[in-house]
Design a protein around this ligand. Structure first.
Ligand SMILES: [Cu+2]
Length: 330
């Protein structure tokens, strides 16, 4: 399998009879809940393909830890803006490939496709929605196992688009920051993970930082990101485990500003063009399930809901995240 290219591995996965390469010795909780990425490594010569569908819904505005009504955002009420976002959905499909050239390093590549939709209400009482969609940033990583720990060194390549446009009441416009797809910069990811397995259960943790290198072509740098997560998983049977996970995420404000939003920012048209209204932190709780099939396929599901959010607002807050995944070692 060592000599297979990525394409050949993909083709092999689709063509091989499902029972050909079962990894039935694996436990369902050998892998973290599906919302965690880069949690495990592979043995020399092993390939893994994965697909994830992540759906995040954001609803209602917030400033600090207080909910805001739309009239508290709009200048027709007590706010300052012409337009308030009311809801956003982001659906991301992510294809992943893992390959271990040796026992001491596993290489990983992930390519997302992102679709966004945002609903708004205007100070005049009108409503409108915008859509964006494109391939996101390619993520490459080397995962280095060390006993029960895994170290991650990753690089995000700016393959994602930053020129998403759609029709708004102002005509055809460049969509605001959260509707753009990529970061526009090479981003460095550093991470540490841990997993301890016991006969009937397991627990793990991961800490990850994403640091933007330089400034993108639109004149800004997205905020750095830090995440810490810990989970407990219990096996209900040989093939099924359920998990409970807590996640702390910190997002920074943007540096610089996209000049294409200068007018909208100066005139306080909408909150989403302000580089100083991007930061925040949130604590989420997630419930998940991992299933290993006899044929070697893995199916996983996880749902997350925030229990606390503190945002540099007004900003839309996260309501729910669903992650569905398929994984297959070859
Ligand atoms: Cu894997």
């Amino acid at each position: 399998m060592k000599h297979f290219s990525t394409c050949a591995a993909l083709a092999a996965c689709l063509l091989l009879p499902v029972a050909a390469h079962g990894d039935s010795a694996q436990r369902p909780d050998d892998h973290a809940p599906i919302g965690v990425m880069g949690d495990h490594t592979h043995q020399a010569g092993e390939w893994m393909l994965s697909w994830r569908r992540m759906a995040m819904t954001m609803e209602r505005n917030r400033d600090g830890t207080d909910d805001l009504s739309t009239s508290e955002v709009l200048r027709s009420g007590t706010g300052a803006y012409m337009v308030a976002p009311t809801r956003m959905t982001m659906v991301m499909h992510m294809l992943g490939v893992m390959y271990a050239p040796s026992d001491s390093v596993t290489l990983m590549a992930m390519l997302p496709w992102v679709d966004n939709e945002m609903d708004h209400v205007t100070a005049m009482g009108g409503r409108f929605s915008t859509d964006s969609g494109a391939m996101g940033d390619l993520k490459l990583a080397a995962l280095i196992p060390s006993g029960r720990h895994t170290w991650t060194l990753g690089l995000s390549v700016p393959t994602g688009d930053l020129d998403q446009r759609d029709t708004t009441p102002m005509g055809r416009s460049v969509l605001p920051y959260p509707m753009q797809i990529g970061s526009g910069t090479y981003d460095l990811t550093l991470g540490w993970g841990h997993l301890t397995t016991r006969p009937d259960d397991s627990f793990g943790a991961q800490i990850k930082g994403t640091f933007r290198l330089g400034e993108n072509d639109e004149g800004y740098t997205k905020g750095h990101e830090l995440g810490a997560t810990a989970w407990y998983a219990r096996r209900l049977s040989e093939r099924l485990s359920v998990s409970l996970r807590g996640t702390w995420t910190v997002l920074g404000n943007y540096d610089g500003a996209d000049p294409r939003y200068a007018m909208a920012l100066a005139n306080r048209i909408v909150t989403t063009v302000d580089p100083d209204r991007r930061a925040g932190n949130r604590l989420e709780v997630s419930l998940g399930a991992n299933l290993t099939l006899e044929s070697g396929h893995r199916l996983s599901l996880e749902v997350s809901a925030p229990v606390r959010q503190d945002l540099d607002g007004p900003q839309l807050q996260v309501d729910r995240v669903w992650t569905l995944g398929w994984q297959r070692a070859l």
